[in-house]
Every structure is written in C-alpha cells, then in structure tokens.
Design a protein around this ligand. Structure first.
Ligand SMILES: C[S@@+](CC[C@H](N)C(=O)[O-])C[C@H]1O[C@@H](n2cnc3c(N)ncnc32)[C@H](O)[C@@H]1O
Length: 255
C-alpha cells in the first residue's frame, strides 16, 4: 500500500496549505512549540519526543530540523496520512499506527525510555473530555520529571462574547495573510480520493471507520484543559502563545 515520492510530496504540500486555513499563524505556532521543546531539552544529547495525531508528519519534520539530535515517535490512527508521512518525511520520525486513548495505545508506541516532550497540533480536540483526561494521565506517566506536554490547538473561550472576539481576530488575520482562500478540508479529502495511487489507502481508511462515525470534536477552553492537566498530575500549566483562539499550551511535569 505504499505511495511514490512524487505523490506523497504533492499531497503533503497540499495538506500544508489546507491546514494553514484552520490554524491561525500555523508556522509561527510550530516555531513556538519548537522553542519550548528546545528549552526543556537543552543539554540532552538525544531527546525523545512524541508527536500525538501527527498526520503526515508536519510537526515532526519541523522539530527534527530545529533539533537534529532528537528522536521523534509520531502517532496517528489514519493509515493514509501515516503513509504520506512515512514517504515524504521518512527521516523525521518513527511512525506508529495507533488510536490515542484506546486500550494499549501507549504500549503500541514501543518507547524504551521516558519522554522528554510530548507535542501535538490541531489533534487533541478530537478527544472527548474523559479520553483526554486518560490521555493526559498516560502522558504524565510517560514523561520524565521536568518533561513537557506542548499542545497547539483551538481553545475557544467559554464565554460567548469572548469566543466571538477570538474567532473574529483569527478570521481577520487569515484574511490579511490570504490563508482563508487556501483549499479547505473537504476539498483536500475529495481530491485525494480521486488519486488512483491512494485508492488502497482510502479503502483501508474506510474499513477502519467506526460504526456511527467515531468520536466528537469538542474544542475545550484553556481553563478546562488546565483543570484536566492538573488532575492528571501536571503541576505547572501555562499558555505560551495565542492568536485568536489558536493557542499553545505547555504543561510541565513536576521534578
Ligand atoms: C487536523 S489533523 C492535524 C495533523 C497534524 N498534527 C498537523 O498539524 O498537520 C488531526 C490528526 O489527528 C489524528 N487523530 C485524531 N484523533 C486521533 C486519535 N484518537 N488517535 C490517533 N490520531 C488521531 C487524525 O487522524 C489527524 O491526522
């Protein structure tokens, strides 16, 4: 079920433009995540990093460019996106096919030492609050003392007037940078499904699709994430960057 280098490059490049439409200042957000990871792993010769919901390896690729000594494990449940990452960003990470939050997912990762950092972009909002709490607990157990979880995602404020403001600021920024006109999610998936080289991977995706359509996509506020992170055992939680409702939240495990 492999794909050629050319096909993988085409669809990963289109993925990058498509995702820019949804994550305000996506590139800066990746850079900020790398800043945090660099700080926490300073002086460690081969930091171990985990990218949760890696898609085709976008964040993993940027992290290894910034931290060439790092070992990255990149986890996702989508066979198509994983194959694009394995082909186009082959050297960036060891890709693991697993459903985050399901029984046994941490064993699937095949980790042989504690993590220095777990990172994620635009992925953890797919988990419902109970699964998210379980996942945060698992990550607290996998990280070394002083290790960090860095999550870049949508974190809309709970108050409706405030979330209207953050949504508007994000939309205005997207209009100024032109990313609002990029290809959207639906178009990317529709067009990719027309590529004969991806047919087997689409069949595999379809075969795995849970009956009933799968889990929800609830975006929780920073306050709710902070609460869950504290409950899971992270002593220190802070927002390190925000534009509109796109934030980077960092949670440090106690020393
Ligand atoms: C919007 S994409 C973002 C991908 C990538 N992090 C990026 O920034 O381009 C969300 C990703 O999360 C993955 N995902 C969502 N829920 C997941 C779960 N429970 N286990 C594994 N992957 C999951 C999806 O398959 C998808 O690749």
């Amino acid at each position: 079920m492999g794909v050629s280098m050319d096909t993988a490059r085409t669809w990963v490049e289109r993925w990058e433009r498509q995702q820019r439409r949804y994550a305000v200042d996506r590139e800066e957000r990746f850079t900020v995540i790398a800043d945090v990871v660099e700080h926490v792993t300073a002086g460690r010769p081969r930091p171990l990093l985990l990218d949760l919901g890696c898609g085709p390896g976008s964040l993993a690729a940027r992290l290894v460019r910034r931290l060439p000594g790092a070992e990255v494990v990149a986890a996702d449940m989508d066979p198509l996106l994983l194959e694009l990452g394995r082909t186009h960003h082959a050297d960036a990470a060891r890709y693991v096919d697993t459903v985050i939050g399901e029984d046994g997912w941490t064993a699937d990762l095949g980790l042989r030492r504690p993590l220095d950092a777990a990172v994620s972009t635009t992925a953890l909002h797919y988990l419902d609050p109970a699964t998210l709490l379980d996942t945060y607990r698992s990550l607290a157990a996998l990280l070394r003392p002083g290790g960090v979880l860095v999550n870049g995602d949508h974190f809309p404020p709970e108050s409706a007037p405030c979330s209207a403001l953050t949504a508007r600021v994000g939309r205005r920024r997207a209009e100024r940078t032109g990313t609002h006109a990029d290809e959207d999610w639906t178009s990317w998936w529709r067009e990719a499904a027309r590529d004969p080289e991806l047919a087997d991977l689409f069949a595999e995706r379809e075969r795995r699709r849970p009956a009933g359509g799968g889990g929800g996509t609830e975006a929780l506020s920073v306050r709710r994430h902070t609460e869950l992170l504290h409950t899971a055992g992270f002593g220190h939680v802070t927002t390190v960057w925000q534009f509109g409702d796109s934030c980077v939240l960092a949670a440090v495990k106690n020393q």
